[in-house]
Design a protein around this ligand. Structure first.
Ligand code: 6PG
Length: 237
């Protein structure tokens, strides 16, 4: 796990400090869940530990790939997790943070967040282009809040959609698959044995993999990379 987070942090620093094609800033969309927490905490102390390759935090605009419809400091908030593990430890201007306002009326927040994204990001194929999107993977193959059995979220031409969690019924707001696939770069960060079967099926393009939304993450003009620990990668042939 430490090796994985080291690699992720080095890549993050390289990406942010390399001249981005999109000009002086770089737009990142973060995912939630538990996996990114260690990575974010390690990033928070990067500049203290790496004097020669300091991250220029002033160039980053933070967005989210999805969010639970809860207040920002609610224990289930993806923004709240990123804030406590990273954002509260680095110097950022408020205008660099573009959180999904989980405390708002969900339907109106879908519109507001979509407008905010379109105000800032360049557009290609009629959709915004994120420089980089970090994604996680659920044991059911979901990513962001695109769950199995929701082909509408794979086909939607909207920037984001209102979703209900299939088990808890919790409202969530998620980027759609077309918006995700319009990114310049997509990075999956997945750890743990529990996801190794889904990862192996997706890697092998097995007949069962099409049921997993993560299988449909295929950037139209960018790249997708998987950062896995040994447990998550154990079944890949
Ligand atoms: C969310 C995430 C979701 C997450 C996966 C993996 O809002 O929950 O965006 O897509 O990345 O469910 O979660 P874990 O890292 O907790 O396994």
């Amino acid at each position: 796990m430490q090796e994985l987070n080291d690699a992720l942090c080095r890549d993050f620093a390289d990406t942010v400090n390399k001249k981005s094609k999109s000009g002086p800033t770089i737009t990142l969309a973060l995912s939630g869940g538990n996996t990114p927490g260690m990575f974010f905490r390690q990033l928070a102390s990067w500049n203290e530990e790496n004097k020669t390759s300091r991250i220029d935090w002033s160039r980053i605009h933070f967005f989210w790939a999805d969010e639970r419809c809860v207040p920002p400091m609610h224990p289930e908030s993806n923004f709240g997790m990123a804030h406590s593990s990273l954002l509260s430890s680095i110097e950022l201007k408020p205008e660099q943070i573009h959180r999904i306002r989980g405390e708002n009326n969900p339907a109106s927040e879908v519109e507001r967040y979509s407008d905010e994204i379109m105000d800032i990001l360049p557009v290609m194929n009629g959709l915004p282009v994120f420089d980089q999107i970090f994604l996680g993977l659920g044991e059911d193959g979901h990513t962001a809040s695109i769950f199995p059995g929701r082909p509408d979220l794979l086909q939607s031409g909207n920037i984001c959609e209102l979703v209900r969690h299939p088990v808890t019924g919790q409202h969530r707001i998620s980027l759609t698959m077309k918006t995700i696939n319009n990114a310049r770069r997509i990075i999956f960060v997945v750890t743990g044995r529990a996801k190794s079967n889904v990862i192996a099926e997706i890697a092998d393009h097995s007949s069962t993999s099409e049921q997993y939304p993560a299988y449909w993450v295929r950037p139209v003009h960018g790249t997708v990379e998987w950062y896995l620990d040994q447990q998550a990668a154990r079944l890949i042939t």
